[in-house]
Design a protein around this ligand. Structure first.
Ligand SMILES: Cc1cc2nc3c(=O)[nH]c(=O)nc-3n(C[C@H](O)[C@H](O)[C@H](O)COP(=O)(O)O)c2cc1C
Length: 205
């Protein structure tokens, strides 16, 4: 039975463009995989401590030699990594904040990129054979090749870091830019979301 892992990072709940699109993605995926399971990881409802000394020490110490502090520091990291290994398709939806990822998504990334667990000493990614769809909502539009592209420090980074842990092969990105037009009353949020739905529906195949 296939599993979709749906990871959402926006704090804007029902007003979120990225969450609307990951919901459309999940609905389509479920239609295509009626027997499949959707696992939701809502980063707004997950307590994600920053990496600290026990975390680092634990990450570089064999589990059987962990102190209680090291063990505790890695509980959430282990849980998040297990979700990735258990998934067949991973959809990650996020806003762009200050041309990059919101801090909550960076905190998530710091927990899942682990030496010997998700990448090896030779920089080989250890999570293999998954499909990944990244949905990035932004106020501006950062079309590749345009003069705006160089402002976008999120798209290439997310592609790089998920590729680094082995997820490069089947990784697709939906750049859902343009919510400035909604803020300026040039189009409705529903119109903006609808314009990206065909892309997410295609990615859910
Ligand atoms: C704190 C903050 C920083 C933002 N920084 C940027 C930015 O650097 N570039 C951009 O194009 N949009 C930026 N935006 C706009 C959001 O990316 C945009 O509203 C997006 O639709 C948010 O995703 P969501 O609708 O899923 O919450 C920012 C919004 C907030 C709240």
């Amino acid at each position: 039975m296939p599993t979709l892992l749906k990871i959402d990072a926006s704090p804007r709940g029902e007003y979120s463009i990225s969450r609307s699109l990951s919901a459309a993605f999940a609905a389509e995926w479920q239609k295509n995989n009626p027997e499949g399971t959707v696992v939701v990881r809502d980063l707004m409802k997950t307590t994600l401590p920053f990496v600290d000394l026990p975390w680092i020490a634990g990450a570089y110490t064999p589990a059987e030699a962990h102190s209680p502090e090291m063990h505790n520091a890695l509980v959430i990291s282990n849980e998040l990594i297990a979700e990735l290994f258990a998934a067949d398709h991973i959809v990650i939806s996020t806003p762009m904040y200050n041309f990059s990822t919101p801090a909550v998504l960076k905190a998530y990334i710091d927990h899942i990129v682990r030496f010997g667990v998700t990448f090896s000493a030779s920089y080989e990614g250890l999570i293999k054979g998954k499909k990944v769809t990244l949905i990035i909502a932004s106020g501006g539009v950062y079309t590749p090749g345009s003069h705006m592209e160089s402002y976008d420090r999120e798209t290439a980074y997310l592609k790089q870091i998920f590729g680094f842990i082995g997820l490069a092969e089947n990784l697709e990105i939906v750049q859902a830019g343009g919510s400035n037009d909604v803020a300026q009353g040039k189009k409705t949020q529903a119109e903006l979301v609808a314009s990206f739905v065909p892309q997410v529906v295609a990615a859910a195949k």
